[in-house]
Design a binder for this molecule. Structure first.
Ligand code: B12
Ligand code: SF4
Length: 450
């Protein structure tokens, strides 16, 4: 009954097992590569955890799996014509199935490693994410793109997707965190497969991809992710705000209710992945584009551009202006912005994601923010030449200085607190002409009531 634990049959069996199963480190790269391909990966690369290119990623990896010493990056191919189809059901089915396969393959590799006595962990390829971190820090455990780039599996194109040298951008990515060293690591590809043709710039319905490589996060997120996290919250608020069924139908079309139901029951649907669909890069993909750029554009891009469809935008956003100007046959649908920061740190970090450079126009102004209360912080925000710069501390001479209680300011941005009330109760104080604040708000359109 009271025998010491080392005499327990489990312990004895464990020790015998350790002696016979011990796999030698570093893991042999050729053996590991074959293991990954056998598990279903279409390509694979290895990166050491302390690779300088992954310095930003390392704290996130160590937080998730402190044993990690190296990373396996895997890619799985998608069927191109499915991704290119203007029928959303076809493209979404392809995304979901390949995504599920990435998870299954990564899990299989993890299982094989565990059976060989090596600790490993495979974070999801996309969803689920760490929802409790919403608008306080990033939701995803590992950013697969920088790992894939470091592992030599491609480079990000103008559209920010990783383009594989052979398969093009028709791939989804996975990462396995491994608690062992590997005998040989991969190196970055010495060229970018992106051709800089800018078809992705032309194809995106909300103009999220700038010809200069800028990416408008909130434009893509608001439309393409309409039936994911933020869009779902907006839909719920619309239901709650509606007086009755008739009023709800005035705000939400029957086809949109069906679409939400499909997303909830079968998996959230992307509204567009047109940047990916039209990309001709990659050795296996480029043929038809080289044969005739015009035929390629007519066959692949025109049907996406010509499609009559709802496009979800925040009023006053660059996306709205883009749809009206470039795709007048598509239907503009106004929605609330849902990227409501709940911490000042997230507000300052997230400004780059909600900044609308076209709405900013020629605005040239320096803002000082002094946040008091729960998150005392000072920051300088400069908007100049359609660019945004956020710096710590109070730098230079401001056009306006805003001193605000942190909670009150975050509540004001979320349309939960009234600015006039905050000014009267001195929870927010301004020094300078309030016109600068109005100009500032135009650059960050977020909320509307329907
Ligand atoms: C966040 C995210 C998004 C965001 C931002 C996209 C982006 N450019 O990063 C949104 C919602 C817009 C998005 C859209 C899509 N995505 Co996505 N997405 C991710 C995710 C979870 C992390 C991306 C990442 O690493 N970003 C960091 C760096 C490398 O990218 P970045 O451009 O410098 O960073 C931007 C954003 O991340 C954002 N950001 C950074 N920190 C924070 C913090 C907060 C709180 C917020 C809100 C935003 C934010 O701001 C940056 C500037 O725009 C990954 C899955 C994963 N776990 O890695 C998939 C992933 C990148 N997505 C993928 C795909 C397929 C798509 C879509 C095609 C989906 C679709 N079917 O329509 C579109 C394509 C849009 C595009 N052209 O980029 C694939 C890409 C595959 C490939 N070949 O590269 C990935 C790798 C998923 C996977 N496992 O394969 N996605
Ligand atoms: S569509 Fe053209 S510009 Fe855009 S990522 Fe692909 S190759 Fe690069």
């Amino acid at each position: 009954m009271n025998s010491p634990v080392h005499e327990h049959p489990t312990v004895a069996a464990h020790r015998r097992g350790l002696a016979s199963e011990k796999i030698t480190e570093p893991l042999d790269a050729a053996w590991l590569r074959q293991l990954c391909l056998n598990a279903g990966a279409d390509d694979v690369g290895f990166v050491e955890l302390d690779r300088p290119a992954l310095a930003d990623e390392r704290p996130h990896i160590e937080r998730a799996f402190p044993h990690a010493r190296s990373l396996i990056s895997i890619v799985l191919r998608m069927n191109r014509d499915n991704v290119r189809s203007p029928a959303r059901s076809v493209a979404n089915s392809e995304f979901h199935h390949t995504g599920d396969e990435v998870n299954a393959v990564a899990r299989r590799i993890t299982a094989e490693l565990e059976r060989a006595g090596i600790r490993a962990l495979n974070p999801p390829m996309g969803f689920p994410m760490e929802a409790d971190r919403w608008m306080t820090e990033r939701l995803w455990v590992v950013a697969h793109k920088p790992v894939a780039v470091a592992a030599g599996l491609g480079h990000m194109g103008i559209h920010r997707n990783v383009i594989h040298p052979r398969f093009g951008n028709f791939i989804l990515l996975g990462t396995i965190l491994v608690g062992a060293e590997i005998s040989a690591y991969s190196q970055e590809l010495d060229y970018n497969p992106c051709l800089e043709c800018k078809l992705c710039v032309a194809a995106c319905p909300v103009g999220a991809i700038g010809a200069d490589g800028a990416f408008n996060f909130s434009s893509c997120y608001t439309h393409n992710y309409r039936e994911f996290m933020g869009g779902f919250a907006d839909w719920v608020e619309t239901v709650v705000d509606s007086r009755d069924g008739k009023d709800y139908r005035r705000r939400v079309k029957d086809s949109e209710s069906v679409s939400v139901w499909q997303s909830l029951s079968f998996g959230a649907n992307y509204k567009a992945a047109y940047c990916m669909a039209v990309c001709p890069a990659g050795e296996n993909v480029i043929g038809p584009y080289l044969a005739s750029k015009k035929t390629f554009a007519d066959e692949i891009m025109r049907p996406l551009l010509a499609k009559h469809e709802p496009v979800y935008v925040i009023p006053g956003s660059d996306a709205e202006a883009h749809v009206v100007k470039r795709h007048p046959h598509k239907t503009v649908r106004h929605v609330r912005g849902s990227l409501r920061p709940r911490r000042i740190a997230a507000l300052l970090e997230g400004m780059k994601n909600t900044f609308q450079r076209n709405a900013a126009g020629t605005l040239d102004a320096v803002y000082h923010f002094v946040f008091t209360g729960s998150e005392a912080t000072e920051a300088t925000v400069t908007i100049r030449g359609g660019k945004l710069m956020v710096e710590k501390g109070l730098l230079g001479e401001p056009d306006i200085k805003v001193t605000a209680d942190s909670e009150t300011w975050l509540g004001f941005l979320a349309s939960e607190r009234n600015l006039l009330w905050a000014l009267l109760t001195r929870r927010v104080r301004l020094r300078g002409n309030p016109k600068w604040l109005l100009a500032f708000k135009r650059c960050f359109p977020t909320t509307t009531r329907r």
